[in-house]
Design a protein around this ligand. Structure first.
Ligand SMILES: Nc1ncnc2c1ncn2[C@@H]1O[C@H](COP(=O)(O)OP(=O)(O)OP(=O)(O)O)[C@@H](O)[C@H]1O
Ligand code: SF4
Ligand SMILES: [Mg+2]
Length: 377
């Protein structure tokens, strides 16, 4: 199995039109393992990096799903699998009624125009030798699309739509700031009128003051053009106002997924609690009430993830069953429909904070040593 999509000629994906109510994007049991060489000088074993290890998610037309988790948990791999820039190891990807899991380059051609990506780094994702006009117009040229009024006019309209001066058509990327370059990348993603944009940390490389402007721009596009988004971020603050639903990812798995309101107001997975503790609270009254919950140490290697629940080595609530049985991602009775959690002991933030307070001595010592908690003395 290759890491890029295959070239072999075949019939286009079966044009099974989506049934009413079927989401635009539907991902089931998605898996991506990267082979890698293990240690040892003589007989080096081939090991598997289990970057994405069986995830389910769906995105409706015009909807925005936030995908959040710390570095290395598999967010970009998920985004690139959805965009079919990577070949999945397992599972299925359905887009607008088509099974595109193993679609070839040729089969993907008509669909590729509808799914676009925006990348994290606005510096490296633009060719420095091309003018802004050439960059934004490239997708139309590659796909032989000739809009009414010509490609130049269309490109200038797109520049205007993303808040840039259409007169800057002949300038080069180095003449623009980081935020402006990201706007150029967004204009390029809009050139083919996509239905779905996978935005991989589109604001992480930008100054905080610029981040909100770019998020507002994307929000406006979602609202005005009805574009669906998978918005990838490493913290919950960025997706808070943008995504209708949020999925929290840990070590190749989704551990909690819910409607935005339910997730932020009533998180039930201990890992979501730790991520929320890192979100700055803008309301000073609420900030003083905010319960801090910590996770121990670093994320384990995706080559050899912990047995049972993958979060158990860092979880203040871990029990024996957590090592023995993997918790399925399921609905919790007391929560709103669609709110699902993968935890044997799901609960509100206070319950996790209490568990943290009741940690056995050796775990407290380890946490003190690692600087995760402070000595009250
Ligand atoms: N081509 C590859 N070959 C081998 N391992 C890979 C490859 N791409 C990603 N990985 C590994 O897969 C895991 C998930 O990587 P991924 O880039 O999807 O994480 P991420 O959540 O996007 O992280 P970040 O927040 O740092 O961007 C990591 O351990 C990474 O090292
Ligand atoms: S299953 Fe156990 S280890 Fe995993 S998050 Fe829940 S309580 Fe923690
Ligand atoms: Mg990434």
């Amino acid at each position: 199995m290759t890491d890029t999509i295959s070239e072999s000629p075949a019939a286009a994906p079966e044009p099974t039109s989506s049934s009413p109510g079927e989401p635009l994007l539907d991902v089931r049991g998605l898996v991506k393992h990267f082979p890698t060489k293990g240690g040892g000088l003589v007989r080096r074993k081939i090991l598997q990096v289990r970057a994405v290890d069986g995830i389910d998610l769906s995105v409706g037309a015009g909807e925005s799903l936030g995908l959040v988790g710390e570095s290395g948990c598999g967010k970009s791999t998920t985004g690139r699998l959805i965009s079919r820039l990577l070949e999945p190891t397992g599972g299925t990807i359905r887009y607008d009624g088509h099974d595109i899991t193993h679609a070839t380059r040729k089969q993907m051609a008509p669909i590729r125009t509808e799914i676009q990506m925006i990348f994290q780094d606005p510096y490296s994702s633009l060719n420095p030798r091309q003018t802004v006009g050439a960059i934004v117009g490239a997708p139309m040229e590659v796909n032989n699309i000739n809009p009414e009024g010509g490609r130049k006019k269309r490109s200038q309209e797109l520049l205007e739509r993303v808040g840039l001066n259409p007169e800057h058509y002949n300038r080069f990327p180095h003449e623009f700031s980081g935020g402006q370059r990201q706007r150029i990348g967004i204009a390029r993603a809009l050139a083919l009128q996509p239905k779905l944009i996978v935005a991989d940390e589109p604001v992480s490389a930008l100054d905080v003051s610029i981040q909100a402007q770019v998020v507002n721009l994307l929000q406006g596009l979602q609202r005005d053009m009805g574009i669906a988004f998978v918005f990838i971020a490493h913290d919950l603050a960025v997706v808070r106002h943008f995504s209708q639903r949020v999925a929290v990812m840990y070590l190749g798995k989704i551990v909690e997924i819910a409607d935005r309101t339910s997730l932020y107001s009533n998180p039930h997975h201990p890992y979501t609690h730790t991520l929320l503790a890192a979100v700055p609270e803008t309301d000073p009254d609420k900030a003083s009430e905010r319960t801090r919950v910590h996770a121990f140490g670093d994320m384990p290697s995706p080559i050899n993830p912990p047995s049972g629940c993958r979060f158990r080595t860092r979880c203040p609530k871990a029990q024996d069953v957590c090592a023995a049985e993997e918790p399925p991602l399921i609905a919790v009775e007391s929560l709103l429909a669609g709110h699902r959690v993968a935890c044997h002991f799901p609960g509100p933030i206070e319950a996790t904070a209490r568990a943290e307070e009741a940690m056995p001595d050796e775990r407290i010592e380890a946490a003190l040593e690692a600087g995760i908690i402070e000595d009250p003395q």
